[in-house]
Design a protein around this ligand. Structure first.
Ligand SMILES: [Zn+2]
Length: 266
């Protein structure tokens, strides 16, 4: 034990001596050339906009707030008006996260145009037999992986080709039961299909901090084809703006500020 402690300390001291001439020029570990914006933050009764603003300030991250167009959330123009009016007083981007393909019918185009951005994910996968899988749920049951991937890709294409969105959320996420096959299931061909569809309509790719998706290879492929990215925690708690995975993979892929989508800029 004593010996191990000694070696550890000696190692550290040796490291310091080697490092010291360069310390003045050493880059801080947090240094990077991209904006810190978490465009996937939800509010709750506990995590109000005021509380989220405190977190944003502490972490020095700008937030984009999302809520769902749905009967139980923002169901019509009046709700949307209230949502926008409430949030406009704060230095946040205001977004919507639709969960079905018919959501625009709830709102007038004039009011919708006041929203800063729309993020949609392909997580409610219609299986073609009347069943819809909510793939974020831990107990999602996948009977036939290839059949699932076929349906998942088809729904992703529906979202990417036809929905009026700015950001594709939760890219490449897989249900827990098949997640260990991630690198085999995300073939070059499937990844390219998603990239081409997003590229065609200038849709940015979310680097999802909760799921740790997508991985570096996908990001590098997408970047090479000119796609933009965003960071998203999908948080409704203290994790808003933490972005550990998002930042580290962005650094690894050498993303710069011009690789990021900022709401309000095309
Ligand atoms: Zn969300």
């Amino acid at each position: 034990m004593e010996r191990r402690t000694f070696i550890k300390n000696a190692g550290l001291a040796g490291g310091m001596i080697i490092m010291s001439p360069h310390l003045a020029n050493a880059k801080a570990p947090e240094e990077f050339d991209f904006p810190l914006i978490d465009l996937h933050v939800h509010l709750t009764n506990d995590y109000t906009i005021e509380r989220m603003m405190e977190i944003a300030k502490t972490r020095n991250v700008k937030f984009g707030i999302l809520d769902h167009p749905a009967d139980w959330a923002i169901s019509n123009d009046a709700d949307l008006r209230k949502y926008i009016d409430k949030l406009r007083k704060y230095p946040v981007y205001i977004g919507l996260q639709p969960i079905d393909l018919e959501w625009t019918k709830r709102f007038s185009p004039e009011l919708l145009s006041q929203i800063d951005y729309v993020l949609m994910d392909p997580q409610r996968v219609p299986m073609g037999n009347g069943e819809t899988l909510s793939i974020w749920q831990f107990d999602t049951y996948v009977e036939d992986t290839e059949e699932f991937m076929k349906r998942y890709m088809a729904y992703s294409m529906e979202v990417l080709n036809n929905q009026p969105i700015n950001i594709f959320g939760w890219p490449l996420f897989l249900p827990v039961c098949i997640a260990r096959d991630y690198y085999t299931l995300w073939t070059q061909e499937r990844m390219q299909q998603i990239i081409s569809a997003a590229k065609k309509r200038n849709i940015a790719i979310e680097i999802n901090d909760m799921a740790h998706t997508p991985h570096d290879k996908f990001i590098i492929m997408a970047k090479a084809q000119g796609l933009k990215f965003t960071f998203g925690s999908d948080s409704r708690n203290q994790n808003a703006g933490r972005l550990a995975y998002s930042k580290s993979v962005a650094k690894k892929c050498n993303l710069k500020k011009e690789d990021f989508y900022i709401p309000g800029k095309s």
